[in-house]
Design a protein around this ligand. Structure first.
Ligand SMILES: [Zn+2]
Length: 419
């Protein structure tokens, strides 16, 4: 994932002609106030006499990212913390919870002693370790996060993730886009060069720095000329999800592909020859995929069988409502908890791609059965989830209107982003 580009660098439309960057960008929130640094310089400062006798506190503020393969000692050293201080700090339980990806802000004095250190632990939780005399005190509290609504768009050249990178869209948002349209688009096999997305999502900031993306509020995906649009909507009666502009539900009873679309698996579909649908030959569909790719339950259901079977290798069968069942074979292993009688929701992992049984290479053998008969799922119209109920249609339209306007704006006037 490329570094997030600061919000303030929004370029003029004129840059479009000069730049090949296929990113569009704007914020719905009002502009960010200019940093007040210069104003602070001319502000009169009144010091009480006792304070004015003290030397100015010499401390340094630094930010460091805890990286994969990093050691706690190494990261504390980069923050400017002395070795002896680091040894004491390493006994602080809160610092043992640091994981790769965490960004740690530290304030350290000239002697290499820690004054204060903080990092965003879970979503929205700020952990602070502060000097308290000769000891350290740990505090946890709600992080003062600020949310902004961000709009971006991109064009597919190789994979959705590559396009997301090019337009500064975080992975978590790319994954949401793939999930939102998973009932209509098989992102492994149906993605084409020239497909486009536009997305409106929440981005959270801590002290002016982007920390994580939130929910996708609206998205558009154009796949092989077919245009899909989705708007998030919470129903007044409870529940909700993603709906098309006409109020129909984006969620289908079955996913278009049982393979999870991830950064790791996203490349193969474009590099390889489009995988042949050999359904006629052996009553199933083969999906070529790297070993270990997550295999998802195509719909809600109950595990009917999970174990080895001759020819099929490690196999899972899920029974769904009505007469439907799905079969996943040649798995390298099963997902935790997947055994006969276990409930699975659509999208839950049932196992991982492998080549157990009669398989010449790693792939998923997938069968879609109706009343025990294997059928081609692409030839069957799939039932969708419940639409917006009639009582809420008017409220939904009011909610949808400004979001649709943003998507239109993105589609019509992609604004280039200056790096
Ligand atoms: Zn097969």
């Amino acid at each position: 994932m490329s570094e997030f580009t600061p919000l303030v660098r929004v370029a003029a439309i004129a840059a479009l002609a000069l730049s090949g960057v296929v990113a569009a960008f704007a914020t719905m929130a009002p502009g960010i106030p200019a940093p007040p640094a210069e104003a602070a310089l001319v502000e009169p400062v009144t010091l009480r006499p006792a304070e004015s006798l003290l030397p100015a506190p010499a401390s340094f503020q630094r930010e460091e990212r805890f990286q994969r393969g990093d050691t706690l000692a190494g990261m504390l050293g980069r923050l400017g913390i002395s070795d002896s201080e680091a040894r004491r700090l390493m006994r602080t339980p809160a610092l043992r919870l640091l994981r790769p990806g965490h960004t740690v802000a530290g304030e350290v004095n000239a002697e290499g002693e820690l004054l204060r250190l903080s990092y965003l632990a879970g979503r929205g939780t700020l952990t602070t370790v502060e000097r308290f005399g000769e000891a350290f005190r740990t505090m946890e509290g709600a992080a003062p996060l600020r949310a902004e609504v961000v709009m971006r768009s991109g064009t597919i050249r190789s994979s959705l993730f590559a396009a997301a990178d090019a337009s500064g869209v975080p992975d978590s948002v790319a994954v949401q886009i793939a999930d939102i349209f998973a009932g209509d688009v098989d992102f492994h096999r149906e993605l084409r060069e020239g497909d486009r997305f536009a997305v409106v999502y929440e981005q959270y900031f801590l002290n002016g720095r982007p920390v994580h993306a939130g929910r996708v509020l609206a998205a558009e995906f154009v796949n092989q000329g077919r245009r899909f649009r989705a708007l998030h909507y919470a129903l007044a009666q409870g529940g909700g999800g993603y709906y098309a502009p006409d109020g129909s539900n984006l969620r289908k009873a079955f996913l278009r592909s049982p393979l999870e679309y991830s950064r790791i698996s996203s490349g193969f579909g474009m590099r390889r020859h489009p995988f042949q649908r050999t359904w006629r030959a052996h009553s199933g569909i083969d999906f070529a995929a790297p070993t270990g790719t997550r295999v998802r339950a195509a719909g809600d259901g109950v595990v009917e069988f999970a174990g080895p079977k001759p020819g099929y290798g490690n196999m899972v069968t899920v029974r769904h409502r009505g007469q439907y069942s799905t079969v996943y074979a040649h798995l390298s292993r099963f997902a935790p908890g997947v055994q006969r009688g276990a409930r699975v929701a659509q999208g839950d992992a049932v196992g991982f791609v492998g080549q157990t049984g009669w398989a010449t290479g790693p792939h998923l053998h997938y069968e879609f059965r109706i009343a025990g008969q294997s059928r081609n799922p692409y030839a069957i119209a799939m039932p969708a989830g419940e639409p917006v109920p009639p009582a809420e249609v008017a409220a939904y339209r009011r909610h949808a209107e400004p979001l649709l306007a943003r998507l239109e704006l993105l589609a019509a006037n992609p604004i280039a982003l200056l790096e």
